[in-house]
Design a protein around this ligand. Structure first.
Ligand code: NDP
Length: 232
């Protein structure tokens, strides 16, 4: 049994992680913006007493990150696997109309938040533990072949760099760091026409996360939900 932390845990892929982790016996700290309103998560706390802790976190707010870390310290929790899942996508940005605010908000949520949260939680991460960020194929510079969702793509490329750097920073403690693409998933973000059910994507990603082992020659990896190496 491992202690996980999942951000953006109230819906979509994040909630899927919480469901599957609890069902297989792991412990989860589920972090989300409005923990009081996360009714599905709070229902699960009743179903899995002692295994699920729901804590508030807005990843785009450094003060909120500091409060979460303080709470984790007070509870003397040690985290084996941190899953930075919270993310946002602004659709429909056309070239010529991209706003500073969209770029800044996307960066704060998708790149700055996961980096700062991981940095702040580093002392609470178990030696030999794992840090995962739910990235996207749209963050791959090598695979970009058209102008689409620029604020999202730029912020996910920045997230990938953040993970690579964290891989180096945490290598001394043999913590494995992974940027992981979930595929195209049926959630509020992915939409109804997406290819994968959240449960399938999450099950695949848990397979990749479970198999992940620290490798001093490959710190900070970028993989798909089926374990394929993705080009940065
Ligand atoms: P959803 O839009 O369904 O859910 C997004 C989650 O992130 C929600 O829980 C949301 O919380 C949370 N969130 C957003 N901003 C913040 C914030 N500032 N602080 C804390 N939580 C926040 O998206 P998915 O479940 O599909 O996406 C999960 C991850 O997977 C994201 O990182 C996304 O980029 C990535 N991804 C998804 C793909 C897909 O096809 N669905 C494809 C590739 C990557 P709230 O309810 O409060 O808004």
């Amino acid at each position: 049994m491992s202690q996980f932390m999942v951000t953006g845990a109230n819906r979509g892929i994040g909630f899927g992680f919480v469901q599957q982790l609890l069902a297989r016996g792991d412990r989860v700290i589920a972090a989300c913006r409005h923990s009081g309103r996360a009714s599905e998560l709070n229902r699960l706390s009743g179903e899995y007493p002692g295994h699920l802790k729901v804590l508030p976190l807005d990843v785009a707010e450094p003060r909120s990150i500091a409060e979460l870390v303080r709470e984790v310290e007070m509870l003397e929790l040690r985290i084996d696997v941190l899953i930075n899942n919270a993310g946002m996508l602004i659709p429909g940005e056309a070239f010529g109309e991209v706003q500073a605010r969209s770029l800044a908000d996307s960066f704060a949520t998708n790149a700055m938040g996961p980096f700062l949260l991981t940095q702040a939680l580093a002392p609470r991460l178990a030696e030999g533990g794992k840090v995962v960020a739910i990235s996207s194929g749209l963050g791959s510079i090598a695979r970009t072949s058209r102008f689409g969702t620029p604020s999202y793509n730029i912020s996910k490329a920045a997230l990938n760099m953040a993970m690579r750097l964290l891989g180096h920073a945490l290598a001394e403690r043999r913590i494995a760091v992974l940027a992981l693409s979930p595929g195209w998933v049926k959630t509020d973000m992915g939409g109804e026409t997406a290819e994968l059910e959240p449960a399938r994507s999450v099950a695949n990603m848990l397979g990749v996360i479970d198999a992940l082992a620290f490798d001093a020659d490959a710190v900070g990896r970028f993989l798909s939900h089926s374990g394929e190496v993705l080009p940065w």
